[in-house]
Design a protein around this ligand. Structure first.
Ligand code: M6R
Length: 616
């Protein structure tokens, strides 16, 4: 939610900041703005709309030369997407510019205080108060921007990343972080601040993740980090393990298409190096020992959206392999229902970004209750893995398209590895049984590759159905979360009514939705791996067809039993049941992407959405 960039050095701040904003546009795209420090003044431009609109406005101007600047791309919370609500916000004296990501929960009382002090606020945002407060605090600090930021941060509640510049101090920018991401990039004679390393990866791969309640002051020569009370803190530098090309489209029209195509590599990378010669699995970072894992009597997966669907898939596998009960819960619901978690509960937080506020809050709640926590995450050094007892990173590489694709497949793989690890240390499975599953997983990149070879057929089906009013998705067992994921993709990309159902549940109500010609996508399990499930779903397809629906059947190669009941067949390679989500999801991603394209939507940046949801 909202992308933030800051730069100080000797380069062109405007160019660097706008290029950074482009890379962060996935985080929010309803307005954008920049502020530069030049000749003792602030130069600021901001516009409602995407960054293109801002760039067009900038091209009609003569911005000053400046090597210190900040920029923001917004996902609106308080106040609609207008020019005046766009960031940066400037203090009443015109000297301090601020950008903000998050929600300042006590902004109403601060606004009132400022109004009573005679300050005229020009936007409806919660963020603007921070600009005025910093400017009003500066004189008491001897014009020390970092100290003013610390004092103001102590007064704010909620979630915020704030970055500020002062027209009188062109040599520095200051950032503060609470419950919202902020990363520092260290270059040669230059430094960067951003919500995500993607913003500065073209300049440096050396980064520092700011911790909770920290303030950072950046100059071209260095970086100083303190807590909100001015105490210096140790920082955790890291090197980003991908380069600028990974965050570009690489010849594809859409990030989503590129990311779909990257799935075989992403799955392979997520497995790589996890298993040593003796067949032992390894996590990235673990402060939970094997004895503690043997004491676990319940697993709770917390996640949102697509990551939640990955958790639902994992439940089938982890319960099957470990015989430990697994609950999968939407993170936004978990902490508000007084869940039963304790020392013997393993809470697995799944998150691509590692910053999703609902998941983070659920994770913190679980920790407070004494649970052991494990993060499955795609973003090195982000908050959720930092606050977990153990981490398994998915090596999907940067996922830029708002619709999650490669993250989903790698989350399933990572969760399966956790399940196998648990089964291994608890003695639920023999070594050869674990290895058999690992071999099946190792086959999946090439099977996903085979699916990618057939996507043209899927696109043709999507084009044929693009005018449909709604689409239903049904599946059984692990095919059920795949159906949910198929429906989510279609909703968020094609803005169509789409629902996923457990196929067996149709007759308990949803079957009433069926009407002549309604497309129903059916995920059919392998007949050889689970004959009973397979036969049941073939009966479900017949029931659907009997009511006039048009059936699009995802079935494995060689399964001829679906020929007579399918209007369209999408073939996927034969896989054991638990592996099927890794192949069956891919055509559904392509289906939604094509539907959205035909319907003229912005696939990478669907309306109302943002990639990283850092508000509750
Ligand atoms: O970064 P996270 O994995 O925590 O994000 C969770 C959801 O917001 C995310 O999966 C969302 O549902 C996707 N846009 C779906 O494609």
């Amino acid at each position: 939610m909202c992308g933030i960039v800051g730069y100080v050095g000797s380069g062109s701040a405007l160019e660097i900041v706008v290029a950074g904003l482009r890379r962060l546009e996935y985080r929010g795209y309803d307005s954008a703005g920049v502020a530069l420090v030049a000749d003792g003044d602030l130069w600021m431009r901001k516009r409602a709309g995407k960054i293109d609109v801002l760039e067009e406005a900038l091209s009609a101007e003569s911005p000053p030369d400046s090597s210190t600047g900040i920029g923001h791309t917004r996902w609106a919370t308080h106040g609609g997407p207008t020019d005046s609500n766009a960031h940066p916000h400037i203090s009443a004296d015109g000297k301090v510019a601020i950008i903000h990501n998050g929600i300042i929960e006590n902004f109403a009382e601060l606004r009132e205080e400022l109004t009573e002090a005679g300050v005229h606020l020009t936007s409806e945002t919660d963020s603007e108060v921070a600009a005025h407060l910093v400017a009003l605090t500066l004189p008491d600090t001897g014009d020390d921007l970092a100290e003013a930021m610390r004092q103001v941060s102590r007064r704010l509640s909620g979630a915020f990343t704030l970055v500020a510049v002062d027209a009188r101090r062109p040599d520095r920018i200051v950032g503060a972080r609470r419950n919202s991401p902020l990363v520092v990039g260290i270059g040669d004679g230059e430094a960067f601040l951003a919500s995500d390393v993607a913003a500065f990866i073209a300049h440096t791969r050396d980064a520092i993740e700011l911790g909770q309640d920290q303030v950072v002051e950046l100059t071209a020569g260095g970086v100083e980090v303190t807590d909100f009370y001015g105490e210096p803190v140790d920082t955790k530098p890291f090197t980003v393990d991908w380069d600028a090309s990974a965050a570009e489209k690489g010849g594809y029209d859409l990030f989503m298409l590129k990311e779909i195509a990257e799935q075989p590599r992403a799955v392979a990378d997520t497995m790589r190096g996890r298993i040593d010669r003796s067949g032992q699995l390894h996590l990235d970072d673990s402060r939970i020992n094997d004895n503690e894992l043997r004491e676990i009597d319940k697993v709770v997966v917390i996640a949102c959206g697509t990551a939640y669907h990955a958790g639902l898939v994992a439940k089938y596998a982890i319960e099957h392999w470990t015989r430990i009960p697994v609950e999968v819960e939407l993170a936004s619901e978990f902490r508000y229902r007084d869940p039963i978690v304790g020392r013997s509960t393993l809470v697995i937080a799944i998150s691509q970004s590692g910053e999703t506020m609902d998941t983070l809050m659920a994770l913190r709640y679980a920790r407070e209750q004494g649970a052991r926590t494990l993060a499955i995450c795609n973003t090195l050094g982000s908050t959720i893995p930092r606050e977990s007892d153990a981490v398994l990173y998915t090596y999907a590489g940067p996922e830029i398209a708002v619709a999650s694709t490669k993250a989903f497949l790698t989350q399933i793989v990572a969760a399966y590895l956790v399940g196998l690890y648990l089964a291994q240390v608890r003695g639920n499975m023999f070594g050869d049984e674990v290895r058999r599953i690992l071999d099946q997983l190792a086959d999946m990149p090439s099977k996903v590759d085979l699916v990618l070879d057939t996507v043209e057929d899927v696109r043709a089906i999507a084009r044929e159905l693009a005018e449909a009013r709604a689409v239903l998705f049904i599946g059984r067992h692990v095919g059920f979360p795949v159906a949910l994921e198929g429906a989510l993709k279609l909703k968020e990309l094609a803005y169509m009514h789409a629902e996923g159902f457990a196929a067996g549940e149709l007759k308990h109500g949803p079957i009433a939705l069926l009407e002549e010609g309604l497309p129903v996508v059916v995920v059919v399990p392998s007949p050889s791996s689970s004959a009973m499930l397979h036969d049941k779903i073939v009966s479900n397809i017949q029931e659907v067809r009997a009511r006039g629906a048009r059936t699009i059947v995802v079935a494995e190669e060689g399964d001829e039993s679906v020929n007579s009941v399918a209007d369209h067949i999408i073939r996927v390679p034969a896989t054991p049941t638990l592996m099927q989500p890794l192949v069956a999801t891919v055509p559904l991603q392509v289906f939604s992407c094509e539907m959205a394209t035909v319907r003229g939507h912005d696939v990478d940046q669907p309306r109302n959405l943002a990639k990283s949801v850092t508000v509750e």
